[in-house]
Design a binder for this molecule. Structure first.
Ligand SMILES: [Zn+2]
Length: 238
């Protein structure tokens, strides 16, 4: 049963009212709507709490998609959490400080990919430190130079916006695809685009801050060699 993913249209929602639709075989709680981001694209699923009308609190360790189409989200209860059943009304609340740190880091990774215009082969979003892996044969990457580039982009306070585009619109606008730093997946019907004004445009399903200054200062902490064609760049919030 599909979950209405409120975080896709408003990443600043900290809680919402919802109803339990089902409990999965693994014990995951499926709600009709949620503010919990589900683990995807290198960004971990949110933790938080489901609060029942009678005040019972169900701690949630993470949230995951149950299907390849990413239409249904299961909220994974922490060990020993009280059980819920279909039909129960809850308030779903995320651990906001953790999520906001991930939003800042995730947006910073977009800027890092703009500072280093090479193919990205992997990535991971953490609260304090995150990384992107780049397909670069020979490095010559300088930590301080990249740090300066990213912090300059942060200081511009560029607006971050999202919009949906259909496969047909994409096909009709080949120049749009050309300006994207990551090629959009085709055949899914529609794609969510994240634009950082004047800096970056790419398909992404993650959560981001509204404008780059909200990221705060960052620092490139490490550049590792991961195989012949791979450089792993780590970025931390200061
Ligand atoms: Zn993103």
């Amino acid at each position: 049963m599909p979950t209405e993913c409120l975080f896709r249209d408003d990443s600043y929602l900290k809680q919402c009212d919802a109803r339990v639709l089902a409990i999965t075989e693994q014990g995951g709680i499926v709600l009709d709507r949620t503010v919990f981001y589900a683990n995807s694209g290198g960004q971990p699923g949110d933790s938080g709490t489901l609060i029942c009308a009678d005040g019972t609190r169900v701690p949630i360790a993470t949230a995951v998609y149950t299907d390849a189409a990413k239409s249904e989200i299961a909220h994974v209860p922490a060990p020993g959490a009280p059980a819920l059943k279909p039909g129960d009304a809850v308030t779903a609340a995320i651990d906001w400080d953790q999520r906001h740190a991930r939003m800042r880091m995730h947006t910073a990774l977009h800027l890092l990919s703009a500072a280093l215009p090479y193919a990205v082969t992997g990535g991971s979003v953490g609260e304090r430190e995150s990384r992107l892996d780049f397909d670069i044969p020979e490095a010559g990457l300088d930590k301080d130079a990249i740090t300066a580039m990213v912090n300059e982009m942060i200081a511009r306070n560029a607006a971050v916006s999202s919009r949906w585009i259909t496969d047909e619109e994409l096909a009709a606008n080949p120049s749009l695809v050309k300006t994207m730093s990551v090629k959009p997946p085709l055949g899914t019907g529609r794609v969510r685009l994240i634009e950082i004004a004047g800096l970056d445009l790419q398909p992404c399903g993650g959560t981001h801050v509204r404008a780059t200054a909200e990221i705060g200062a960052v620092r490139v902490t490490q550049i590792e060699k991961k195989g012949k064609q791979n450089r792993r760049v780590r970025l931390a919030l200061i």
